[in-house]
Design a protein around this ligand. Structure first.
Ligand code: C2E
Ligand code: MG
Ligand code: MG
Length: 703
């Protein structure tokens, strides 16, 4: 701390020049330390010099003319001297000595007794002591500053006497009046949350026993306002030579906000932000627990319902996402009202929800709950100013002893899929055949992708006959599974193509193939020049804004006029999405492409919708044609009347018998199609059929 080489600056205050010279020479006469001496002869000059605080030490004579050196000390230093003061006196006087001590003077030296080394040592000690004090003061100030800045409460535990000093901040953190002093540990313990007290005591014991490097424990404490605050107590023990802890000091921090933020984050990670319901992760966690509990009790103990909103896409796409969101929120609220407190409803994503019924072992019970859920959804719901009804398909799976949680949810999903295919608004209980069907369906999907990607699907053609003349008016193009593959009917693969988004590519392939086949036919026989081609377009494909351009391009590519093509769309398509389709369909038909309404009579379309679309013909569904055998011709008769009144023609589908044909002719039906004339045929066979038409002994010739 004290460097030998450092220069010590000394201010000597003495009104006697002779004494000044003696002192100066004394210091100059030693070789231990280096001094610079400044001299002031008067009280006032000394006062100014001291106030500049430019010296390491002051040597002040006790007599300064009429005034005293101690007076100078009193006036120059308001409280304590900023540097050590050594008072020089002619002779020792105890009362002056005492007064000097009271003023904070460091030493009191009798001039006559001074020698060079004695003076040097006095000064050195005084300066060194002063520096140590200054350093200590700075360190204390730093500490006090840090404590205030840290915003933590402090405690200092005297373990020997079992008393704890709590800082004022410690108390104020807990809403108490600031006070400082030593208190019993109960001051702390009494405020700790009963559930956390054990943890805190154990952590303290572990640290005192030397098992932890640091005491660090989060616990709740009771605030004066009666609320619980999360706090962090940290501390460090001080040990004696034997390693025994004698003292432990530390801090108290309020971490309530941080804990709250953590809880919020935790909540957000496990909940759906739209509905506030548990998300998939939390749901699976609960299912896992329920399954594990069931396994321990050696029996199945829970059921999972998988719920999917029917036609949600229509709402979302048609009325906007805000309305879709509102529907989901309403659904979440309604489902919650019909469940028991222990059950969990979660949103898995999109319009998929799942429900865990804890303790439910029998499928019948789960089905009752599913029906209750469905009933709650059926109440009218007003969204965006319109009344809507929502239904949902629900799949049920009850845990058997060995079901894993993920499997439970997957099986419920498979069952839901079955319920949905059965028409929506229904509920199905999982059984193993469904899984096999799902596996089959996945295989179908793969095959279909292969067939579509590699253009392997074939197209067959079925003639549409003008009943009055018996002449072939058109051909309907029908997609066929590749030959040589295990047969799959269009009724099975078209919906798969629709659901998987392959329908656009499939439809385009059929359209191009059909137009190419028509070009071939027209080239082969001049009598085929007015035969047109009917192509089925699925609802999903109709919604594709690229459709009009695709149709135009296909016609251009084939070099055929628009009149050579008719699109068949099913009646149910129009009922579901009339406004959206209107623009696209009109755009295609304005160019001259025909439009037939397929499977008419099965889709509940209204007259208003019918009139919105430029429909050329209604195709009466096969089911009504076969019903003609039972002499119930009401529907066929009224459909024909309706069509003719609206200026449309009628095509009867599925004519299989001569009786049906005769009846239809009698009722004034314009066109017919069915096995009676011909089954759908490959392009070459169709060409041969057309060339040989009318068949010499065929039913048409007969008619
Ligand atoms: P659809 O458009 O109503 O076609 C008529 C269906 O009735 C065809 O079935 C046809 O083979 C069948 N059929 C015709 N005459 C008779 C008959 O006398 N008796 C009986 N029992 N059936 C007859 P297919 O080819 O199985 O097609 C079924 C449905 O699949 C079609 O009904 C159509 O909705 C759809 N489909 C077929 N090909 C395509 C396609 O390329 N694109 C689209 N989007 N749908 C297609
Ligand atoms: Mg059709
Ligand atoms: Mg049809």
């Amino acid at each position: 701390m004290f460097e030998r080489e450092a220069l010590i600056t000394v201010l000597l205050v003495d009104d006697d020049e002779g004494d000044y010279v003696i002192t100066r020479d004394l210091l100059a006469g030693q070789d231990r330390a280096r001094f610079r001496i400044d001299w002031c002869a008067t009280y006032d000059a000394a006062l100014d010099a001291i106030r500049e605080q430019a010296h390491d030490v002051y040597l002040i004579d006790i007599h300064l003319g009429p005034r005293s050196g101690l007076e100078l000390v009193r006036e120059a230093f308001a409280s304590r001297p900023s540097a050590p003061v050594l008072v020089l006196t002619g002779q020792s006087d105890y009362s002056i000595d005492l007064e000097a001590t009271a003023l904070g003077v460091t030493d009191y030296l009798v001039k006559q007794e001074l020698d060079a080394y004695g003076l040097e040592r006095s000064i050195r000690y005084a300066v060194s002591h002063q520096r140590a004090l200054a350093e200590l003061r700075r360190s204390e100030e730093r500490y006090a500053l840090a404590v205030r800045a840290a915003n933590d409460g402090l405690w200092d535990w005297d373990l020997t006497h079992d008393r704890i000093y709590f800082s004022p901040r410690w108390h104020s953190l807990l809403g108490q009046a600031e006070r400082a002093g030593e208190e019993a540990p109960a001051t702390w313990y009494d405020l700790v949350h009963p559930e956390d007290l054990g943890t805190l005591r154990a952590a303290i014991a572990a640290h005192l026993a030397g098992e932890t490097q640091l005491l660090e424990v989060e616990h709740r404490m009771c605030h004066a306002d009666g609320t619980w605050r999360w706090t962090l107590s940290r501390g460090l023990a001080i040990r004696d030579e034997a390693g025994e802890a004698t003292r432990m000091a530390g801090s108290l921090t309020d971490v309530t906000e941080r804990r709250r933020a953590e809880l919020r984050l935790q909540h957000d990670a496990l909940h759906d932000s739209l509905t506030g319901l548990p998300n998939r992760a939390l749901f699976m966690n609960r299912v896992e627990h329920a399954v594990a509990r069931g396994a321990r009790a050696d029996g199945p103990a829970c059921a999972v319902l998988f719920l999917d909103v029917d036609r949600f896409k229509l709402v979302n796409d048609g009325l906007g996402h805000a309305v879709g969101d509102e529907l989901l929120v309403t659904l979440a609220a309604r489902v919650a009202t019909v469940l028991r407190p222990g059950d969990t409803v979660a949103r898995l994503g999109g319009d998929e929800f799942a429900i865990l019924l804890d303790g439910v072992e029998r499928p019948e019970v789960a089905v009752v709950v599913a029906h209750r859920v469905q009933a709650s959804l059926r109440h009218e719901l007003e969204l965006d100013g319109r009344a809507l009804f929502m239904t949902a398909s629900i799949g049920v799976c009850v845990a058997s002893t060995h079901t894993a949680a993920a499997e439970l949810l997957r099986n419920a999903d498979i069952a839901m899929y079955d319920a949905k295919r059965a028409g929506g608004g229904l509920c199905a209980v999982f059984d193993d055949s469904m899984r096999r069907q799902r596996v089959d369906r996945l295989a179908r999907e793969r095959e279909l992708r292969h067939a579509v990607d590699d253009a392997l699907l074939q197209v067959h053609y079925q003639p549409i006959v003008e009943l009055a003349s018996g002449r072939i008016h058109a051909l309907e193009a029908l997609a066929r599974w590749p030959t040589g593959w295990t047969p799959v009917t269009p009724v099975e693969f078209i919906p798969i193509a629709e659901e998987t988004g392959m329908i656009g590519a499939l439809g385009l392939h059929v359209l191009r193939s059909a137009l190419a086949a028509l070009v071939g036919l027209r080239q082969a026989s001049a009598t085929c020049d007015d035969v047109s081609m009917s192509v089925n377009v699925s609802a999903r494909h109709l919604g594709d804004p690229r459709l009009p351009e695709q149709v135009r391009a296909a016609l251009d590519e084939a070099g055929l006029p628009p009149g050579a093509l008719t699109l068949e769309i099913t009646e149910s398509t129009l009922v579901q999405e009339p406004s959206q389709l209107h623009e696209l369909v009109s755009e295609v038909c304005e160019a001259g492409v025909g439009l037939h309404l397929d499977d008419f009579g099965t889709g509940y379309s209204s007259l208003a919708v019918l009139r919105q679309f430029p429909v050329d013909a209604l195709k009466i569904d096969r089911s009504f044609v076969s019903a003609l055998d039972d002499s119930s011709d009401v529907i066929v008769r009224s459909t024909i009347a309706l069509a003719h009144n609206l200026g449309m023609s009628v095509v009867a589908e599925g004519i299989e018998t001569v009786e049906q044909l005769d009846r239809l002719k009698l009722l004034g039906c314009d066109y017919g199609q069915g096995y009676l004339f011909s089954r759908p045929l490959g392009a070459a066979a169709a060409e041969a059929l057309l060339a040989a038409w009318p068949p010499p002994l065929g039913p048409v010739a007969a008619g």
